[in-house]
Design a protein. Sequence first.
Length: 116
Amino acid sequence: MQVIDNNLLFVAKKWGNFKQFNKNEHCTVKLLEIKKGESISYQYHNYRSEQWYVISGRIVVTKGIETSIMIPNMFTTIQVKEKHKIEALDDSLVLEISRGHFDEEDIVRLLPNADK
């Protein structure tokens, strides 16, 4: 058993492994399908944190002023009020797990290309 961060547990088994994203917590889970060349707006949330787990495709993640490329099986956490954005290099699937008070109105968009 290996804790990858406070919210992700990796457990190796004889048959393979599993990743546990949540245990007995209230959360909202979404599957983001982002088209190649598209992005979500640069934004933050006042009342929730998010975890992103890349299922397929490649994405560029911006957290604050830092960017990184994520590929399948990579994971990151977005803290409450942390500025963030996803840009898809390929058609991509990203599992998003939100903790805290979830409300689609809790999106503060920082750039004019809002993704409504």
